[in-house]
Design a protein around this ligand. Structure first.
Ligand code: G3H
Ligand code: 13P
Ligand code: ZN
Length: 316
């Protein structure tokens, strides 16, 4: 099966109370780890590529890797999605490159400007048969050196449900990333966080059947943080989004859940372990291989948390 867009998977996820995992890919091992988990679990998949991934691996290499994944898994619907496109130009480039879904993230701009940029991307993408995710509100804690952000600070930037209605009417985007208390990276919260489920609930009451997206959804798994620190790393204690909160959001209007940090940590933990326990090792396959295997195991676990295991067929 060729690459698909998100329409059918979001419809099924919305109606059946689960969410599709959106995993960031930057190289072959990360992609293979994710794909082998998906193939075993028979889950729908969104592979997302950031601007940084495009410039690190180059689009032609990433595209070739994804083409192999699609060809080898004809029974799995796979979306190729741009993560956090911050200008019209990058979104247009990805539409032209054959992405089936793009995210325009103009959330750092004032409301009217966000509407203008998003509307421009929607027009171009829809004319080319590509769906658009937009963002309204601001995620907390993007500064990588700050552990956690106060609840008051996060609350100020949560998505306003009334604004969300106006934003979607005016831009005609296909899904919306909302700020509901999550944040990007490994240093999210000092203590167990409470997500703003009331924001998700209010938006979904005002916009029935409209798919929402949750960014910053890594759980910062203790298993990997401990391994990283045991083998010479230095990651401060911080908490991610609890998996119970992920499951709860997935049962609501949240149809796409973004995970990158947990992949990075799984790979890093295993590479560090090999470097320390086998200091003579210099064959990249001997440390990237265990990293790829750890990603597979972790993604399989996530698919069960999201509730999308076994759902590939109904999303075709
Ligand atoms: O939300 C951001 C993703 O984790 C991608 O990060 O821009 O460093 O590739 P990146
Ligand atoms: P994490 O940093 O929590 O993995 O979030 C990833 C993300 O939102 C990608 O868009
Ligand atoms: Zn994100």
């Amino acid at each position: 099966m060729a690459l698909v867009d998100t329409k059918k998977m979001f419809e099924m996820a919305y109606n059946n109370g689960y969410a599709v995992g959106a995993f960031n890919v930057n190289n072959m091992e990360i992609t293979q780890g994710i794909i082998s988990a998906i193939a075993e679990e028979k889950a729908p998949l969104i592979l997302q590529i950031s601007k940084g991934a495009r410039s690190y691996a180059s689009m032609s290499y990433l595209r070739a890797i994804i083409d192999v994944a699609v060809a080898e898994n004809p029974d799995i619907p796979i979306v190729m999605h741009l993560d956090h496109g911050d200008t019209f130009e990058i979104c247009k480039q990805c539409v032209d490159d054959g992405f089936t879904s793009v995210m325009v993230d103009a959330s750092k701009h004032p409301f009217e400007e966000n509407i203008r940029i998003t509307g421009e991307v929607v027009k171009y993408a829809h004319d080319h048969g590509v769906v658009v995710e937009a963002e309204l509100g601001q995620l907390g804690g993007i500064e990588e050196d700050v552990v956690g952000v106060s609840h008051d600070e996060i609350a100020k930037h949560l998505t306003d449900p009334d604004q969300a209605v106006e934003f979607i009417e005016k831009t005609e985007c296909d899904s919306l990333a909302v700020a509901c208390g999550t944040s990007h990276g490994a240093y999210k919260f000092k203590t167990e966080p409470t997500l703003a489920f009331d924001v998700i609930q209010k938006i979904s009451e005002k916009l029935p059947d409209f798919p929402l997206v949750m960014h910053g959804s890594s759980s910062v798994l203790k298993e990997f943080k401990d391994l990283i620190n045991k083998y010479g790393g230095d990651m401060p204690d911080a908490m991610g989004v609890p998996e119970s909160a992920i499951s709860e959001a997935a049962k609501m209007a949240v149809c796409k859940i973004n995970i990158d940090t947990d992949l990075r940590m799984a790979l890093t933990a295993k590479i560090r372990e090999v470097f320390v326990t086998k200091p003579g090792e210099f064959d990249p396959r001997k440390y990237l291989g265990p990293g790829r295997e750890a990603i597979k195991k972790m993604v399989k676990h996530k698919l069960n948390i999201l509730g999308c295991s076994g759902k590939a067929a109904e999303c075709m």
